[in-house]
Design a protein around this ligand. Structure first.
Ligand code: ADP
Ligand code: ZN
Length: 516
């Protein structure tokens, strides 16, 4: 049967989506292929269809047991016989599955990477005519990524030892160019066989919120406006999940919490209630969402930031899989970044790895402060380009453009005076003339630009610094204790050769911005 026929007969779809037919035809031509497609782009069909067209078996490597189960269930609903083999399946059920595959009754076997690395399992697989090994979440193979899993490292070796010489299809939704290259190198996929569709999610309006009220009030007001819509709110601690869930339930919203440490039956119940619209809003840690395939999620709010753009985009991307207008809101608190920095400080990973984590974190801070289109920012982060979306919170920012060159010059001048030895905290304190202990320690009072922006609050100064970093006027150097330095564009600003503008409320008094 042709792929088009399978698409119709088995899945009931009429047209391939972007990238799908190209991936499928190369896979069927026995090439090793890397498919990078956004969440909801339809990656599963890229191996499910070849699995049905090919005579033999397709092995699908997936890191998530819950996801496997969902996939197997939904394939069975489409009349396709698939099975999962993982640590939750007792050995006495494994042999019948393998027998079913041997006899041609089972076409797809989902396995964890750990399973594929077991000698006995590899030995058993060698009795099967395996045509294709699909590796889902392939970015997990790369230390350059955000979700490295050591078990992925041995996959190529496992595939190479299979007697039936299957080809490989690697799939991911989040891979920067460096990660793509690494996946290709490790799995033996040539660049010609990288099929990368756009990372953009045009139906999602990305927003960064800097609320003046508390986060919970902001969310309460948002939910009032979106009563009957399905949404996910991400919080980064279990306690945060409980507190926000209780608060919102107290306000009579239809909410449920979902987090690690909950009884598995309760978790399954929450997931089910959400899937079938019995609960509108889920408050969850990042543990939620991997296994769910709910297409009509209208909003994803991050009450606390993610640690990197990859995770943020993955989570935010759970909105609008049906293609309808949806929102992804990051409520930004600089404190979250400080806390994550501390987590990385405490980790025992090697220096290179930690440096990359710091860089990824900096990208999140830049996302929160950039004046550019947010969708464009994300797509560029993944190495592609995209025109301004027209509907993110930056594209629709109506505030007037202010000339902030004078105050920017004060900050830059101070950074120059400090000789690039200090970070944002010290610069913000010094430029606003803080009387803190730290200022005395470094004898900041003796600096020419100490207190140059005396009337500005420390937070406003920190936000200005974030803005200058995000716009490439200042840059951070050093990972663990990032210090501020003047970037090329910053020298031009200092020389008066370049202006700095920012959309913001008109400042009540601009007297303090005169150069001293
Ligand atoms: P991904 O794994 O890339 O996030 P999925 O494979 O789960 O995405 O697909 C997302 C949704 O799109 C699923 O509901 C799937 O059935 C649907 N889908 C995939 N391909 C097509 C297609 N060609 N036509 C219509 N719907 C499709
Ligand atoms: Zn935009």
């Amino acid at each position: 049967m042709s792929p088009e026929q399978v698409l119709k007969d088995n899945f009931g779809f009429t047209k391939f989506r972007k990238g799908q037919s190209e991936v499928i035809s190369r896979v069927l031509a026995k090439q090793n292929v890397l498919a990078v497609m956004p969440t909801g782009g339809g990656k599963s069909l890229c191996y499910q269809i070849p699995a049905l067209v090919n005579d033999g078996i397709t092995v699908v490597v997936s890191p998530l047991i819950s996801l496997m189960k969902d996939q197997v269930d939904s394939l069975r609903q489409n009349g396709i016989n698939a099975a999962a083999i993982n640590s939750t399946i007792p050995q006495e059920e494994v042999n019948p599955i393998l027998r079913g595959a041997y006899e041609g009754r089972i076409k797809l076997i989902y396995v964890t990477p750990e399973r594929l690395n077991m000698d006995y399992f590899r030995y058993q697989l060698n009795f099967l005519p395996i045509d294709l090994v699909a590796i889902d979440e392939a970015h997990c193979i790369s230390q350059w990524g955000h979700d490295f899993r050591p078990a992925y490292r041995q996959l190529k070796d496992a595939v190479d030892h299979l007697k039936s010489h299957p080809n490989i299809l690697a799939l991911t939704a989040t891979a920067t160019p460096a990660v793509q290259e690494d996946i290709g190198d490790q799995l033996g996929i040539s660049k010609d066989n990288f099929i990368i569709t756009s990372f953009a999610r045009p139906n999602i309006s990305f927003q960064v919120a800097h609320p003046e009220t508390t986060t919970r009030r902001y969310i309460r007001d948002y939910l009032k406006e979106h009563q009957d819509e399905a949404g996910i709110i991400y919080v980064n601690t279990r306690r945060g999940v409980d507190e926000l869930t209780d608060y919102l339930a107290g306000q009579h919203f239809s909410v449920a919490g979902y987090r690690a440490g909950m009884d598995p039956a309760d978790r399954a119940q929450v997931q089910d209630d959400f899937q079938f619209d019995r609960v509108n809003t889920i408050v969850a840690t990042s543990a939620f969402g991997m296994g769910i395939d709910k297409s009509n999620v209208r909003f994803v709010i991050h009450a606390t930031s993610a640690q990197n753009i990859e995770s943020y985009y993955q989570e935010a991307g759970r909105a609008g899989r049906d293609g309808l207008p949806s929102e992804a809101i990051l409520i930004y608190h600089p404190n979250d970044i400080r806390q994550y920095r501390w987590f990385i400080d405490q980790s025992t990973a090697d220096d290179d790895y930690r440096d990359r984590q710091y860089q990824k974190l900096q990208a999140v801070a830049n996302y929160a402060s950039t004046p550019e289109c947010l969708q464009q920012f994300i797509v560029r982060y993944f190495g592609q380009d995209w025109p301004p979306c027209g509907h993110c919170s930056n594209c629709t920012d109506q505030r007037t453009v202010q000339d902030i060159t004078p105050e920017s010059q004060q900050v830059i001048a101070l950074v120059k005076e400090l000789g690039g030895r200090f970070g944002k905290g010290v610069v913000a304190q010094a430029v606003t003339g803080s009387q803190s202990q730290r200022m005395r320690e470094i004898d900041a009072q003796s600096l020419e630009y100490f207190g140059a922006l005396k009337k500005m609050s420390k937070q406003a100064a920190a936000s200005l610094i974030d803005y200058l970093v995000a716009t490439g006027i200042l840059e951070t150097a050093g990972a663990q204790y990032p210090v501020l330095r003047i970037a090329q564009a910053g020298w031009q600003v200092l020389d008066g050769a370049k202006k700095v503008t920012r959309r913001q409320e008109e400042a009540p008094s601009r007297a303090h911005t005169q150069l001293v």
